[in-house]
Design a binder for this molecule. Sequence first.
Ligand SMILES: Nc1ncnc2c1ncn2[C@@H]1O[C@H](COP(=O)(O)OP(=O)(O)O)[C@@H](O)[C@H]1O
Ligand SMILES: N[C@@H](CCOP(=O)(O)O)C(=O)O
Length: 320
Amino acid sequence: MAVYTEISDADLAAFLADYDIGEVVACKGIAEGVENSNFLLSTTVGTYILTIYEKRVRSEDLPYFLNLMEHLAARGVRCPTPIRGTDGETLHELNGKPAAIVSFLQGLCVKRVQPHHCRSLGGALARMHLAGQDFPMYRPNDLSVDGWPALLDAVGERADEVAPGLYAELRDELAELQSAWPRGLPEGVIHADLFPDNVFFRGDEVSGFIDFYFACNDLFAYDLAVCLNAWCFEPDDAFNATKARALLSAYGEVRPFQPGEVEALPVLARGSALRFLLTRLYDWLNHPPDAYVAPKDPREYIHKLRFHRGVRGPGAYGVT
Ligand SMILES: Nc1ncnc2c1ncn2[C@@H]1O[C@H](COP(=O)(O)OP(=O)(O)O)[C@@H](O)[C@H]1O
Ligand SMILES: N[C@@H](CCOP(=O)(O)O)C(=O)O
């Protein structure tokens, strides 16, 4: 489960002394998640999420993530809102690590994605992109094309333990993506990790987004490429163009596509597949045998990468 750091009652009490959110009723570790330690915190005042930031999150990036959630929430995007301590700050320290409390968001993740979920997601994503346009902070996407060579080096030839010949395939893929990567398309704040476990629904409609800890400034269409991979493949690995069309057309109704964005989707989808393949490969090959969190299977993303490499254009995603 995703609790890398245990908290003693005394440490929790000392931490909460800096907040004005009542007395603790319960604090339970949350099994879901991969990156950070999350706790469901109930107090006499309300329910919150307490997060201790772990391995991949750099503490200098935390003000970007926390301020972004405040910014988006203030513009009507449903997402967790950081709770300020009595010192006015949202970021504090627990067990020597950065930690924050955010509001609890109602809703459930979908287990079986249907086209109407993709349609609701597309509209909500476009509204989030528009709401982020006047966010004043900037954070480059360190897990995009300029960051992939270091990630691939960190994996190295051990990639072949997962699939024979994979390292050479990924080196070729990286070289192609470096020369084909689109420049100059519309950009702004993107979520960059909008998988089904980070989107809450009430009924058929998106009720909110969580987990902004990969958010950054990058191409808007790259966020759609992440969603094509995370939402539009079936459990048997088949690509579902109906879901893709629902996602993309709903997005375009709220934020109309600019020239070049739709055409760039195949290469962006390859890039997004490579990004998640590389981090999954790294975690798969380097996780300690007694780790709480089971690493995600990288092979799923080998298949997705090969699929997008084979498409002839955005028509494969149901759009032109
Ligand atoms: N603000 C929130 N409101 C409700 N549940 C949340 C909230 N933040 C996190 N969770 C719960 O905690 C789980 C893990 O959170 P997530 O941010 O995805 O973790 P990680 O960054 O470690 O991957 C989510 O799947 C969800 O169940
Ligand atoms: N979505 C990533 C892993 C990051 O996990 P999250 O729980 O922070 O979304 C993947 O699937 O590889």
